[in-house]
Design a protein around this ligand. Structure first.
Ligand code: KIV
Ligand code: NA
Length: 265
C-alpha cells in the first residue's frame, strides 16, 4: 500500500490511461478522496477562495497553505499530494522556489509541488528537479497572473497564442516537469499539446483531449456559489448542507433535539 509516484503517472501516459485529480485542503475530505481512489490530490492555492474567502489566489501565503498540506498528507495513504506554490513564493529566483518547495516537502509532507508559468519558470523547474522535487507545471490561464492577463479568460486562442502555449508546455517538459496543467484553453489546442508531450497533461476547462482532468472539489460537489462553464457538479452539497443546518436549527428551537437517544442517563 504505497503512494502513487511520478513513475506511476508517467507510465499511465504510456499506457494511454486517463486519470482524475481533485483539490483537497483538509483531513476529512482528503481521506474521502483517497479512499475513493483519486490518485493525485492538489492542495491548490485556490484555498485562497474556498478556504480563506479571498476573491483571488494572490493573497494566500506559504504559512496559510502549509498546515492544509500537512493535514492532507496525514489523512491520506495512497494519493500523491501536490502542493501549489503560492504567488510570490517562487517567482523571484530558482533559489527562492527551492526554499518554498522544501518547506512544503519537509513541513507539509507533500510529494510534489506545482507552480505557474512556462518559459519564465523553466530555470526554477530545473533547480527543483535537480534537488529531487517533482514539479507539476501550469500554463494557459494562470490565476496568479490575473492582473497581467486582464481577467479570467480563455487562453491560447489563435495561431500565435496557441504556438506560444505549446512552446511553454514543451519548455516545462524539457526542464523536467512530470506533468502540466492546461487551464482554460480551447479543446483542440489542449489535445494538440497533449499529443506533442511525453508527460501527461491535466486539463481544467481544456476539453476531453488531455491525459487527466482536475476540478476544485467544492465546484465538483456543488458547494461553490458560482462556477465556470467548464465545471460539472456531481453532487449538490450546498442543498444537502443547507438542509442539515436548517433541520438542526429547527429541532433545537422546537426541542426535538436532543432526545433521549442522544442524551446520557
Ligand atoms: O489552485 C488550484 O485549485 C489549481 C487547480 C485548479 C489546477 O491550481
Ligand atoms: Na492553483
Amino acid at each position: 500500500n504505497r503512494r502513487v509516484t511520478v513513475r506511476d503517472i508517467l507510465s499511465a501516459k504510456e499506457r494511454g490511461e486517463r486519470w482524475p485529480m481533485l483539490t483537497a485542503y483538509d483531513a476529512l475530505t482528503a481521506r474521502v478522496f483517497d479512499e475513493a481512489g483519486i490518485p493525485v490530490l492538489l492542495v491548490g492555492d485556490s484555498a485562497a477562495m474556498v478556504v480563506y474567502g479571498y476573491d483571488s489566489t494572490l493573497p494566500v501565503t506559504v504559512e496559510d497553505l502549509l498546515p492544509l498540506t500537512a493535514a492532507v498528507a496525514r489523512a491520506t495513504r495512497r494519493a500523491m499530494v501536490v502542493a501549489d506554490l503560492p504567488f510570490g513564493s517562487y517567482q523571484g529566483s530558482p533559489e527562492q522556489a527551492l526554499a518554498a518547495a522544501a518547506r512544503f516537502m519537509k513541513e507539509g509532507h507533500a510529494q510534489a509541488v506545482k507552480l505557474e508559468g512556462g518559459h519564465r519558470v523553466a530555470a526554477h523547474v530545473e533547480a527543483l528537479v535537480a534537488a529531487g522535487v517533482p514539479v507539476m507545471g501550469h500554463v494557459g490561464l494562470t490565476p496568479q497572473s490575473v492582473n497581467t492577463l486582464g481577467g479570467y479568460r480563455v487562453q491560447g486562442r489563435g495561431e500565435e497564442a496557441g504556438a506560444a502555449l505549446l512552446a511553454d508546455a514543451k519548455e516545462l517538459e524539457r526542464a523536467g516537469a512530470f506533468a502540466v496543467v492546461l487551464e482554460c484553453v480551447p479543446a483542440d489546442l489542449a489535445a494538440h499539446v497533449t499529443a506533442q508531450l511525453s508527460i501527461p497533461t491535466i486539463g481544467i476547462g481544456a476539453g476531453p483531449g488531455t491525459d487527466a482532468q482536475v476540478l476544485v472539489w467544492q465546484d465538483m460537489a456543488g458547494l461553490s456559489p458560482r462556477t465556470a462553464k467548464f465545471v460539472k457538479t456531481y453532487a449538490d452539497l450546498n442543498d444537502t448542507l443547507t438542509g442539515a443546518a436548517k433541520s438542526f436549527a429547527d429541532e433545537v428551537v422546537n426541542g426535538a433535539f436532543p432526545d433521549a437517544a442522544h442524551s446520557y442517563s
